[in-house]
Ligand binder design. Structure first.
Ligand code: PGA
Length: 257
């Protein structure tokens, strides 16, 4: 059975390195060891080094992987504030989130920049979690055009042979807990949208690849709805924001799987 992908996106939390250590230790101490799930913790990049060290025992490594919330496409040079792929690899970080709506909105990330990050990440063998979703859900299907555009531009010039490391995260922006009056999508609607995404992948890359690429869901996922997305929505996994940076809510979510 394919493992479900659980991405914990800590965003800009917690406030101190000490708290980050504590949060990871408590997650590691949870008795819920999941055989059927792959847990990827994506902390702020300044904590990656110390958390990577904490995970560096063979037993722990099996349980939890680390991901970065962003990456830059150049290997090095004069790019103030950026993080390169070799830097991430030196910390044993194998996953990277690209194109999160908050970076698109607050930091002006464009589809072109996202495409460069995706191509660089896949080429270097990183597992790329490519986020996309619409701002509004209209009832005439206009939102699907938005998804299609983000998908086409994000995956432009990506070669078929690099796709085995791609994960697509559909995160409708209106469903993200930080949005005004956020509410989770329904598993049924997620399923419909993921079929639409898979159909686009089919036209672009053919049947085999379209079938293999995991499509996960993000947006107000909690212990109460995670299983519905995984079972009824047939999601390949979930990306969890708010419920992932408090031990109690994250542990409850893992227990409910
Ligand atoms: P949330 O974040 O779980 O806090 O809604 C999800 C996301 O960032 O996609």
């Amino acid at each position: 059975m394919t493992k479900k992908i659980i991405v914990a996106n800590w965003k800009m939390n917690p406030r101190t390195a000490k708290e980050a250590d504590g949060l990871l230790s408590e997650i590691l101490a949870c008795k819920t060891v999941l055989k059927n799930a792959e847990i990827i913790i994506c902390p702020p990049c300044v904590y990656l080094d110390r958390l990577s060290a904490m995970l560096r025992t063979p037993r722990r490594k099996l349980q939890i992987k680390l991901g970065s919330q962003d990456v830059f496409w150049e290997k090095g040079g004069s790019y103030t504030g950026e993080i390169s792929i070799p830097m991430l690899k030196s910390l044993e970080v194998r996953y990277v989130v690209v194109g999160h709506s908050e970076r698109r909105e607050y930091l002006g990330e464009t589809d072109e920049m996202i495409n460069k990050k995706i191509r660089a990440g896949l080429k270097a063998g990183l597992k790329v979690i490519f986020c996309l979703g619409e701002k509004e859900r209209d009832d005439r299907g206009g939102y699907l055009k938005d998804i299609q555009k983000k998908l086409n531009e994000g995956l432009s010039k990506v070669s078929k042979k690099e796709l085995s490391n791609l994960i697509i995260c559909y995160e409708p922006i209106w469903a993200i807990s930080s949005s005004k009056s956020a509410r989770a999508d329904t598993p049924d609607d997620f399923l419909q949208t993921s079929i639409y995404i898979r159909r686009s992948l089919f036209f672009k890359f053919g049947h085999k690849m379209a079938h293999q690429i995991p499509i996960i869901y993000g947006g107000s996922v909690t212990a109460a709805n995670v299983k519905d997305f995984l079972i009824d929505g047939k999601a390949g996994g979930v990306l969890v924001g708010r419920a992932s940076w408090k031990v109690k809510t994250f542990a409850d979510l893992l227990k409910s799987l």
